[in-house]
Design a protein around this ligand. Sequence first.
Ligand SMILES: *Cc1c(COP(=O)(O)O)cnc(C)c1O
Ligand code: SF4
Length: 323
Amino acid sequence: MTPFFQYTPNMSADHPVVNSLTKRLANLSPEARQAAENFSVLMPHAFASRFAWDVEGPIQKEFLPTAEELFSATGYSVDPLAESQAEVAPGLIGKYQGRVLLKVTTRCAIHCRFCFRRHLLTQSVPKKNKEWLPALQWIAQDQSVREVIFSGGDPLMVSDRRLSWLAHRLAAIPHLMRLRIHTRMPVVAPERITSGLIAWLRETRLTPIVVVHVNHVDELDHTAMMALARLVDGGIPVLSQSVLLKGVNDDEQTLVALFERLITARVIPYYLHMLDQVVGAAHFEVDAGVAIGIINRLRLLLPGYAVPRLVRETPGAESKLAL
Ligand SMILES: *Cc1c(COP(=O)(O)O)cnc(C)c1O
Ligand code: SF4
């Protein structure tokens, strides 16, 4: 599978050079090295090779550690969405009516510095098939559940054999109608979107929906665009979700370019998330008033279908809250 580049400061110095990335990491400040020790730098080789890792680019802000991660900000926590309290069976998060979230892995292809699960990715989730039985039983006994969301980590880090086994077991539950997959893979490891993946998504009785996580137009190179095309050509509805991030995409020109490119890929922008207040990510926060101003201007610049909903995930709320 995909070869990965991973870096923590205490690793041996002989990891392979990927562009100028290794040099960049060798020159980190002591604080940024500490940040990389807290949450490693991880990305696929091919993704690393796409960028020059120059200091000013927006992509490096998403993926390279900085001293700012060590700042502690009030209101920020390690589990900002109180997900641990919503775990109704091992690996199963039941917060909302009608849909549940299944954490099929805590592994990712890439580490995003702003990730709200960045402190939770070391938790364990069921691995063996039989460890999934409590979650499957919980879903089977709650007739109101219509949709299961494969989440993680990144669910597409799991093999098609294991995912299709789960899909098969879920399809046997009569009240389930849909299977949603939230993933960053089409963007960061496009080769994961194989004919084998599309085959089992097409074969399941459940209606499949893919939601791709993408924040900046530069993430969508031609390999990512082709991966999205394979999904759409395969008959899979594809939506997008993005996080509004200071210094990455918090201006309307950047977002117009992103959403137009998604529409070109036949992907419908679904959510634009306000940052979840996770320890280490406060420097990414965009003020709510600024965010609302941006989304209002996007409505003037883009067709309605290209403007996602601006939402905030709020612990205890029964859905994401629209701003
Ligand atoms: C976002 C989310 C969902 C899905 O919500 P939609 O509004 O249907 O996209 C489900 N469960 C959890 C825990 C979520 O965070
Ligand atoms: S769970 Fe998603 S946002 Fe978080 S580090 Fe993994 S790929 Fe990035």
